[in-house]
Design a protein around this ligand. Sequence first.
Ligand code: T46
Length: 138
Amino acid sequence: SVFNCNVIDLPKIHNRSGNITPIHGDLDIPFAIKRVYYLYDIPGGENRGGHAHYRLHQLLIAASGSFDVILDDGRMRKTVSLNRPNVGLLITPGIWRDLVNFSSGAVLLVLASEHYDATDYIRDYDEFITLTKRETNK
Ligand code: T46
């Protein structure tokens, strides 16, 4: 559920010449990292996301700038604002996400537990709701 999608404080090594945030899979975050990708050059007013995943675990980081993540488990919604490079949002499988309000120059860094797999996406919201209902009735 959205209750399992928590914000994680990441390590920060600070000195007068700036900061470093190292992230170790399985240590700083609860999954091994198989893929890294980042979204950038997002035109003003554009939204991303609009899907859920069957298996993928992800950590979303605002490496630069800011954006809002609307999480939806089929029962409840919660919105998380990301705006610091040493904070990550964990998204567990089965959560619909919409990414909105990107600041200009925002960079969204994603650490992912699986390689890219187009069949892992649920891109139809009605289908997502049907699947979450089936899940709760088990
Ligand atoms: C997510 C949010 C935060 C690939 O070929 N390989 C990849 O690793 C990715 C991530 C995407 N693609 C292709 C698939 C589409 O043809 O890139 C195109 C755009 O992908 P999508 O419409 O899924 O983009 P977003 O920004 O809506 O979603 C992406 C991730 O797909 C998704 O897992 O959680 O970023």
